[in-house]
Write a protein of this length. Structure first.
Length: 305
């Protein structure tokens, strides 16, 4: 095995370890975020019951579904960590090195382009896992699926392979924007901090930089996260007067989902679930970067730059 292949594998493994650890800790907030995002408003009250905020959602989940409800969808979330997140983190360095070889020296611009490429690529590969994760997290007392494999086979049987590709476009868009903001703000924040502490990498530096990047990332990419969740979760519904063989969906495309959400529920609907998403992103993001940086060091790799 060549040195470059070994290095790439180490980065992939480090990404999986970091993301998996962060996912276990932040999953309850992720479930609450998805539940709030899928609250469709008064115009679609037939499809969803009104919910309250983050605390109310978490309390309602525990009362009606038990304490384990916070870890619904954990199995696909962990599988996603070792696919999407590992690919995203490891391919970021690959894209960055390729652009540097091509003459793009500016670190900030390089991080933006590399982050977008890494996010889009990883989300394309891991979209089926994301669909299953969102569906399982959206389930309340009555479960549609008993587990990850059951969800996989049920979706492919009822909706064919297209069901696993549902929401792939907004997922790629959201992931590209998310990774673009996340990686560029993290690396720039870290480099800015390092200038004032004599270039001494530390957990405190990584923690501080991740706090800045988590806020910027969540505010910038949340509307795409809402659209992605709604498109992935929607099941075919029967329109009044339609035959039983006709599948009709609430949203037809990314743009249609943006438009209907804005028209029916207002601009703020695109930021539904933003508080749990920010809290989840902060918990997940800080743990992710701290563990990832330390695991890279443990594996004999350089810190992110």
């Amino acid at each position: 095995m060549s040195s470059s292949t070994t290095e790439g594998f180490k980065k992939f493994l480090a990404g999986g370890i970091a993301s998996g650890s962060a996912t276990i800790c932040s999953n309850p907030l992720d479930v609450a975020k998805v539940r709030l995002q899928l609250h469709l408003g008064e115009q679609y009250k037939n499809f969803s019951k009104p919910r309250v905020g983050l605390i109310g959602t978490l309390i309602h989940m525990i009362k009606t579904e038990g304490i384990t409800s916070g870890w619904k969808g954990l199995s696909p979330a962990l599988i996603r960590s070792f696919t999407y997140s590992s690919l995203r983190l490891s391919s970021f360095d690959f894209f960055k090195q390729m652009l540097e070889k091509g003459g793009l020296i500016n670190n900030f611009i390089n991080s933006i382009i590399s982050g977008a490429g890494a996010g889009a690529f990883a989300s394309l590969v891991a979209n089926p896992v994301e669909v299953i994760k969102v569906r399982m997290q959206a389930d309340k007392i009555t479960r549609r699926y008993t587990g990850f494999l059951n969800a996989f086979f049920t979706i492919t049987k009822e909706e064919r392979l297209g069901g696993l590709c549902k929401g792939v476009v907004p997922h790629m868009q959201r992931s590209a924007i998310w990774a673009m903001i996340q990686f560029s703000t993290y690396t720039e924040s870290k480099n800015f901090i390092l200038k004032y502490i004599k270039n001494k990498e530390s957990i405190l530096v990584h923690f501080s930089a991740s706090l800045i990047c988590c806020f910027c990332t969540c505010m910038g990419a949340h509307p795409w996260d809402v659209v992605k969740s709604r498109l992935m979760n929607q099941n075919s519904i029967l329109k009044k007067g339609a035959s039983s063989t006709q599948n009709v969906y609430i949203y037809k495309s990314t743009f249609d989902c943006f438009l209907k959400t804005f028209q029916k529920e207002g601009f703020l609907a695109l930021y539904k679930g933003v508080i749990p998403n920010y809290m989840r992103s902060t918990v997940h993001g800080t743990l992710l970067f701290i563990i990832y940086e330390q695991t890279r060091k443990l594996f004999g790799l350089n810190y992110m730059k």
